[in-house]
Design a protein around this ligand. Structure first.
Ligand code: ADP
Length: 169
């Protein structure tokens, strides 16, 4: 069972084996957290991502981390659901993102991983529900990963993730 921690800050500063980005299907960079990760990793990240595209919602693909901190070896690109009311399979797709990222981490032997709050920015997923899905899915997925860090950019997300983690499994 991995340790799950909640942290507050910029995910590009995380010292873990793998950093997850909330990408779009083209894997060539976007806004929000994906923009920050592409800026920090340098232009080779978009080139490598493009080779693996398209990545469908709920799936994840892995590239090297290029110019991110030398401690970070991989970027795991996952595409979250765009929120359209919740009846279009959004919860299942979001859960699949977290599961697939752990599978990818296992595949490349990453034992520590940092996640942003996937889909809760421009994709519009309600943050409380998203935090609950993140925690319950990560707890339920068998993995070799030892440390999972849920990195919140803002205080509200940090509080929601902390609450979700505090609830009994
Ligand atoms: P999506 O398109 O999946 O909604 P966004 O990047 O718009 O992705 O937002 C996802 C989450 O990432 C939001 O909670 C946003 O505040 C957060 N975020 C944005 N920049 C960073 C960053 N540098 N580090 C960590 N989280 C970030």
């Amino acid at each position: 069972m991995p340790t799950i921690e909640v942290a507050r800050g910029d995910i590009t500063r995380e010292h873990v084996d793998a950093i997850v980005t909330a990408a779009n299907e083209f894997l060539m960079g976007g806004s929000g957290v994906d923009g920050a990760i592409h800026l920090a990793a340098g232009p080779r990240l978009a080139t490598a991502g493009n080779r693996l595209a398209p990545c469908h919602p709920g799936d994840a693909k892995t590239t090297p981390a290029f110019d991110l901190s030398p401690r970070v070896t991989h970027v795991i690109h996952t595409v979250g659901p765009v929120w359209s009311g919740g009846t279009d399979g959004e919860p299942e797709t979001l859960a699949s993102c977290y599961r697939r990222c752990l599978e990818e981490a296992d595949r490349v032997s990453a034992t520590s991983i940092a996640f942003p709050a996937i889909s809760t920015g421009v994709y519009g997923y309600p943050p409380a529900e998203a935090a609950e899905i993140a925690v319950t899915t990560l707890r339920a997925t068998p993995t070799q990963v030892i440390l999972i860090r849920l990195v919140a950019f803002d205080e509200a997300t940090h509080a929601l993730l902390t609450d979700a983690l505090g609830r009994e499994p």
